[in-house]
Write a protein that binds this ligand. Structure first.
Ligand code: MLT
Length: 260
């Protein structure tokens, strides 16, 4: 079958799950897109230190490719949110020929600072000790203050998703993110159409980070989502859908692709 719509691979963030893409899955499937949203909450083997082995972004990319292979998808547009963006960079590195598009949502190309890496290890140890509830404090950082005030149900939903994750999966991903390579040098070599999306009040990967990332990728477009923090797709789904679907429409016209 041929279609001018690329299959969409939605890659979730940390410490979240594919459930963060529920609204997007419904909207884009209804619009005729094939949507794949793999669960990247993988558990590293436990070590004597009491911490699991890290699950790297490359390992998560392999998991995503396996999910695509299971449904026979060759080419796809990767939509990676935050940690999912790190996984999308790994895919752009591993299988650039399979990418029909790259959508980087509230993410960054830089690796962690030494302080950031130490913070990840502390978080992994805390989560192993106290369980997923130790990661609940992230809700306040993921959502804009306006979302927390006006859409408390979104905050509750995010908290529920976090609490649903196993402590080993959260710790493994935190340690894996600390090991991720810096991707800034690859930005200028990206040849696939790219869209950078950011919430205007994103406190984790602020708009300036998104702007410089978009400026470094040849031909990349930038969409800033008003009244959204880090979790822009859950906070302002309509604006997010509009930005993504208009861009998909533009690239679909420019680049027909085949679904097997
Ligand atoms: C995420 O939302 O996936 C995380 O904020 C990513 C990170 O901690 O670097």
């Amino acid at each position: 079958m041929t279609t001018n719509r690329p299959a969409l691979l939605f890659l979730h963030g940390f410490p979240l799950s594919p459930e963060m893409w529920k609204a997007q899955k419904a909207v884009f499937e209804a619009d005729g897109y094939t949507v794949v949203a793999p669960d990247l909450r993988l558990e590293g083997a436990m070590t004597e230190s009491g911490l699991p082995e890290p699950v790297t972004m490359e390992r998560m990319a392999e998991e995503a490719l396996a999910a695509l292979d299971r449904v026979g998808i060759d080419r796809f547009a990767a939509v990676g949110f935050s940690m999912g963006g790190y996984v999308a960079f790994a895919l752009a590195d591993q299988v650039p020929e399979r990418l029909a598009g790259l959508v980087l949502v509230d993410t960054r190309a830089e690796t962690d600072t030494e302080e950031g890496k130490a913070g990840r290890r502390e978080m992994a140890a805390k989560v192993m000790e106290e369980g997923a509830s130790a990661a609940k404090a992230m809700v306040g950082k993921l959502l804009a203050p306006t979302t927390q005030e006006r859409r408390p149900e979104t905050a509750r939903e995010v908290e529920r998703i976090i609490l649903d994750a196993s402590r080993v999966a959260i710790a493994s991903a935190a340690l894996g993110m600390a090991m991720r390579p810096d991707r800034t040098a690859m930005l200028g070599a990206i040849r696939t159409p790219a869209l950078v999306i950011v919430g205007e009040a994103d406190a984790i990967t602020p708009p300036d980070v998104a702007r410089s990332m978009a400026a470094a990728i040849p031909g990349a477009e930038l969409a800033v989502i008003p009244q959204a923090g880090h979790l822009a797709n859950m906070e302002q789904p309509e604006a997010f859908h509009q930005a993504l679907s208009e861009w998909l429409h533009r690239i679909s016209i420019a680049m027909p692709c085949r679904i097997l």
